[in-house]
Design a protein around this ligand. Structure first.
Ligand code: SF4
Length: 265
């Protein structure tokens, strides 16, 4: 077994384990209460569903080269289906675009067992529980950050590009990149649609926790590779219905990011 394969298997076990642990998290009392209340009350159109009602883990392969970072699961989307961006209008837009640029096996994402596969792409969020009004508090954002940091560390051997959807995700993700071992410029780069920032690796380190010996360290594969960070308006209904974000704009960002990540399309 070669080093790359061993690294891939380690990522598989690590990310699968991380996803299992995320699902059991109850660290934010307000969000725990909300996600469970929604799961019982349900929306009339989904009354025959058994809602997920728990934290929603990231979705996609453990050797992803491109990561998409959103905001948080929707109450009747990810919180119902248990998969990121699945079962809501935002996800309809995102997964169709991923399919159209050759990064997904099908244009729709309706349930966790619908057979959808992503090619070299993983989708996650800085907050894993559905928040009331889609607005996590800064405290909830910060409480959830260690999950994103761990996810980034586990993806480090292969990860080359990230698309962040919206300003909230941008603000939440930048500190996580720094903790996971990339150098984030000061002052922090501003969010904007089409923003592109190159984050250098912190040489020889697994991030702040890695330096202090409290976190996992990566293997040597991809040690020197920087991370290309892209900003994109969020795929929210507000943005897509008003034309602030068009399907073409989204496909353009995804194509550019996929090329930066070295993904075949
Ligand atoms: S938002 Fe994150 S930290 Fe808070 S309960 Fe959900 S998974 Fe845990």
């Amino acid at each position: 077994m070669d080093a790359a394969h061993r690294s891939g298997l380690a990522g598989l076990a690590g990310l699968a384990g991380l996803d299992r642990r995320v699902v059991g998290c109850r660290a934010c009392p307000r969000l725990v209460a909300w996600r469970e209340e929604v799961a019982v009350a349900k929306r009339a159109a989904f009354s025959d569903w058994t809602y997920w009602g728990r934290p929603v883990p990231g979705f996609g392969p453990p050797d992803a080269r491109l990561l998409i970072v959103g905001l948080a699961p929707a109450a009747h989307g990810g919180n119902r289906t248990g998969r990121m961006f699945t079962g809501d209008r935002s996800g309809d837009v995102l997964y169709r675009a991923l399919y159209e640029v050759g990064l997904a096996s099908q244009p729709t994402s309706v349930s966790a067992d619908d057979g959808l596969r992503l090619y070299g792409v993983r989708v996650t969020a800085p907050v894993h529980c559905a928040p009331p009004a889609n607005r996590p508090t800064p405290e909830e954002r910060d409480t959830c950050r260690p999950w994103l940091v761990q996810e980034l560390r586990l993806l480090r051997p292969t990860l080359r590009a990230v698309v962040v959807l919206g300003a909230f995700g941008w603000q939440a993700a930048l500190p996580a990149f720094a903790e996971a071992g990339w150098s984030v410029p000061r002052p922090r780069p501003a969010f904007g649609h089409g923003a592109r920032v190159t984050l250098a690796r912190l040489e020889g380190e697994g991030g702040r926790e890695g330096r202090e010996g409290r976190g996992p360290r990566e293997g040597r594969e991809g040690h020197e590779s920087p991370l290309e960070l892209f900003g994109c308006f969020h795929v929210s209904q507000r943005n897509t219905f008003t034309g602030r974000l068009t399907p073409e704009m989204l496909r353009d960002v995804l194509r550019t990011a996929a090329d930066a990540a070295g993904l075949p399309r």
